[in-house]
Design a protein around this ligand. Structure first.
Ligand SMILES: *[C@@H]1O[C@H](CO)[C@@H](O)[C@H](O)[C@H]1NC(C)=O
Ligand SMILES: *[C@@H]1O[C@H](CO)[C@@H](O)[C@H](O)[C@H]1NC(C)=O
Ligand SMILES: *[C@@H]1O[C@H](CO)[C@@H](O)[C@H](O)[C@H]1NC(C)=O
Ligand SMILES: *[C@@H]1O[C@H](CO)[C@@H](O)[C@H](O)[C@H]1NC(C)=O
Ligand SMILES: *[C@@H]1O[C@H](CO)[C@@H](O)[C@H](O)[C@H]1NC(C)=O
Ligand SMILES: *[C@@H]1O[C@H](CO)[C@@H](O)[C@H](O)[C@H]1NC(C)=O
Ligand SMILES: *[C@@H]1O[C@H](CO)[C@@H](O)[C@H](O)[C@H]1NC(C)=O
Ligand SMILES: *[C@@H]1O[C@H](CO)[C@@H](O)[C@H](O)[C@H]1NC(C)=O
Length: 418
């Protein structure tokens, strides 16, 4: 805790920082298109307060501040705007205009989301900052974010399982299908995998799925991801995603389009997760617990992280998921753009294969689903699937209490994965 005291905000000497900020402003990229400008205005809503997110070390030393400022963007993990909750991007949608976010509904029976494993600290709250009641924290989108991202906030390609030829996404997952699923829950071991190329990402998540993969697939997706092109850094982020047409024209990450509704003033989707696991140290393994469930009264899909209800995907976004999921997947996904013809070096999970086990390979555990009786029950008989086990693999099991878990991941390019 000593570090924390040291790291309480110290005011940056204003003359120095002003000069440096002016220099930065002078070198900042400028929009050529009015489209970018309009997008920026649409994404950044009027805020009542702004929190500057800084890497902790910066508070500790004035020298670091100068050095990091001169190396441009480094000291900022970004800005968090506290936006009145009824002005967030979801409320641009005609179905929501003029209304207010809903209060969280009852949680599913046998809910165990509140507890010790849920040690989730976001970088922007480490200096004690929060957003006022009635507002929600939203990560500020900057000009350079938009310039960096080609297909803003959207997955470039659809997932077409078992036929990897048409997709450059690779998966190592466990899944259940064949019943009606009204939600899911799991513990996700957090890592900071290396992402080797622009346009690639590496994530660990759950998918609740219904519909035809090639036509009208509906999904809600959430987990953590490292996606430098989207966020401008290589830190793991808590994210949400959805689509209602097989990733064609609808859906996006976080609040980059009108869709997901945030309801809590202390958790921002897209925010950095501060604690990541350390390879070969079983004492330094971190997890986040994520629960998604359908409120059977309204049809909305709710999201809880640890003990905090984060928000919901309104039911009107969906066609097939308006009833229930027909499949739930858990696991890792990366993008392989095959730079110069070889497989990417992008890591999945810890960057180590499933065989290495606890402390070395990434895992997902305590895997549960919500059944038609609105009860969280252990997911049984998972099917495991890896597109290319020489690059990334998956190995599952059942723990002493009868709950499913699996290890997954890998280094990407290696002797067996050229
Ligand atoms: C994928 O490619 C392999 C060989 O490269 C081929 O045998 C297979 O039929 C292809 N699958 C699809 C769905 O096109
Ligand atoms: C999915 O849609 C495609 C294209 O319309 C169709 O050919 C295929 O049979 C559908 N698959 C299922 C399982 O409904
Ligand atoms: C893991 O740590 C143990 C003990 O600290 C050490 O003996 C071992 O060589 C390490 N293994 C790897 C793969 O780094
Ligand atoms: C946000 O989550 C925190 C932690 O679970 C909780 O104490 C607080 O009441 C929530 N706030 C709102 C506005 O839901
Ligand atoms: C899919 O989402 C879009 C955008 O919100 C919406 O306009 C459309 O009606 C939805 N389609 C279905 C089939 O729900
Ligand atoms: C691609 O892999 C081959 C075989 O491992 C190697 O000879 C070649 O140098 C690699 N190309 C690049 C650009 O790394
Ligand atoms: C539904 O849940 C309730 C409460 O846990 C239980 O009494 C009931 O037997 C369950 N029904 C079914 C069909 O599982
Ligand atoms: C799981 O698989 C085993 C063996 O294949 C089978 O006996 C059992 O009924 C299955 N359980 C469920 C819940 O489907």
């Amino acid at each position: 805790m000593a570090a924390n005291t040291c790291c309480r905000p110290i005011l940056i000497p204003s003359a120095v920082s002003l000069v440096v900020l002016l220099l930065l402003a002078a070198t900042a990229p400028a929009f050529s298109s009015s489209e970018g400008r309009t997008l920026l205005e649409r994404l950044n809503k009027p805020s009542v307060k702004t929190v500057q997110v800084r890497h902790l070390i910066l508070y500790c030393s004035f020298f670091f501040i100068i050095i990091f400022y001169l190396r441009l963007d480094l000291p900022f993990a970004g800005l968090i705007d506290c936006v009145p909750s009824h002005l967030q991007p979801a409320f641009d949608h005609p179905m929501l205009k003029g209304s207010k976010p809903l209060d969280p509904p009852e949680r599913p029976r046998c809910h165990t989301g509140d507890g010790m494993a849920d040690d989730f600290v976001q970088l922007w709250t480490t200096s004690g900052e929060t957003c006022p009641e009635g507002t929600v924290p939203i990560r500020r989108t900057k000009e350079e974010d938009i310039l960096r991202i080609e297909m803003f906030g959207r997955k470039p390609f659809a997932r077409v399982p078992q036929s990897t030829n048409v997709s450059n996404h690779e998966y190592a997952i466990g899944l259940v299908e064949g019943e009606q699923y009204y939600g899911a829950q799991a513990l996700f071991n957090v890592w900071a995998p290396q992402v080797a190329n622009r346009g690639e990402f590496s994530l660990s998540q759950l998918w609740i799925i219904s519909g035809n993969f090639s036509k009208d697939l509906n999904t809600v997706e959430t987990g953590w991801q490292v996606y430098p092109e989207l966020y401008g850094d290589s830190l793991p982020r808590f994210f949400v995603y959805w689509t209602n047409d097989s990733y064609q024209n609808t859906g996006c990450y976080n609040l980059y389009c009108s869709g997901f509704v945030q309801t809590n003033n202390s958790v921002a989707v897209g925010a950095t997760i501060t604690k990541t696991s350390t390879y070969n140290d079983t004492n330094l393994q971190y997890v986040i617990r994520i629960t998604v469930w359908k409120d059977q009264k309204t049809g909305n899909w709710w999201l809880q992280q640890g003990s905090t209800v984060v928000g919901y995907w309104p039911s009107f976004l969906f066609s097939n998921l308006a009833s229930s999921g027909t499949m739930v997947e858990f696991g890792g996904e990366i993008v392989n753009i095959r730079p110069s013809g070889n497989h990417t070096d992008t890591q999945m999970g810890s960057g180590h294969f499933a065989e290495e086990g606890f402390g070395r390979a990434a895992y997902i555990s305590s895997i549960r689903i919500v059944d038609s009786n609105d009860t969280l029950i252990p997911a049984r008989n998972l099917t495991y699937y890896a597109d290319n086990p020489n690059c990334y693999d998956v190995q599952g099991g059942v723990d002493n209490s009868g709950e499913s878990f699996f290890y997954f991941g890998g280094p990407g390019r290696n002797a067996r994965c050229p």
